[in-house]
Design a protein around this ligand. Structure first.
Ligand code: SAM
Length: 249
């Protein structure tokens, strides 16, 4: 998977991207990630990347031309046209489902906005999709891009040890994960559930499924509307007070 990030703060991105699982994925050659400094793609002597917006109002806007030149340079280096994402509070909110779809793509190009954002004509010219990391406004696109790259990168083949490392996690199958415990078995008077220590795999699997359903019902009941539920799951949820009809409304 190739990912190019266009940013005014490459050092901010690099620090995060060389750490932990994403850093290891890069070292192992599974993730080919490059950060491109937008200022290098200016042609005026002051390396300006921004200007005032047309019409009344305050603030500055990233100009289309340096952003476009950076994009063209990346197309040239990689010898391909990437899938172009603009990080934006106006985009569709990132989900695990979209992260998984994006992890199957060969090459992503991520644009980090700043100030008041970017000239709309650049978006119209090259952007395939706008992605938001939530309904709030950040100063720049870097934190969003890092969230996106982390969410996608760990799903790429060979980055985590096994697919089960992510396929059993929250949101992968529409539910939240079950609670987990590690040693010691007794901590501050709190015990690890007995069933997890008795080695009966079938019983542990059922316990985990029910704990996952309970977690989801208690923390994010709206997820149950779209989660793939078996009749056995629904029966269990009803014992908790869940009402299917009510939740569908
Ligand atoms: C201050 S924001 C601009 C907001 C823009 N004026 C608006 O109201 O839609 C500057 C940049 O931060 C990034 N950004 C801000 N909030 C974001 C979010 N929730 N998700 C992803 N990127 C975000 C975008 O790249 C944006 O261009």
């Amino acid at each position: 998977m190739k990912i190019d990030i266009c940013t005014l703060f490459p050092e901010m991105c690099e620090t995060v991207l060389e750490t932990s699982i994403i850093g290891r994925g890069r070292k192992a050659g599974k993730l080919d990630i490059a950060c491109h400094h937008l200022r290098k793609y200016t042609i005026d002597k002051h390396n300006n990347v921004d200007d005032t917006p047309y019409g009344p109002g305050k603030g500055m806007l990233l100009q289309a031309d340096p952003l476009y030149r950076c994009y063209e340079a990346v197309c040239e280096i990689r010898q391909r046209r990437p899938h172009v994402i603009y990080m934006s509070p106006q985009g569709k909110t990132l989900t695990q489902k979209r992260a998984l779809e994006l992890s199957k793509m060969e090459h992503l190009y991520i644009i980090c906005g700043h100030y008041e954002g970017v000239d709309q004509r650049l978006i119209d010219e090259i952007v395939d999709e706008e992605i938001s990391i939530g309904d709030y406004v950040l100063t720049g696109g870097e934190l969003g891009a890092l969230v996106l790259v982390d969410a996608i990168g760990r799903l790429c083949e060979g980055v985590l040890a096994h697919e089960s490392c992510f396929s059993e996690e929250s949101h992968f199958n529409g539910l939240l994960e079950y609670p987990q415990y590690t040693k010691p078995a007794l901590w501050h008077g709190r015990e690890v559930p007995e069933i997890l220590m008795n080695g009966n795999h079938a019983k542990i699997e059922r316990w985990r499924r029910e704990a996952s359903l309970k977690n989801t019902y208690e923390k994010r009941p709206e997820l149950l509307k779209t989660a793939p539920l078996t009749e056995k799951d629904k029966w269990y949820l009803r014992t908790l007070g869940w009402e299917e009809e009510q939740d569908i409304k």
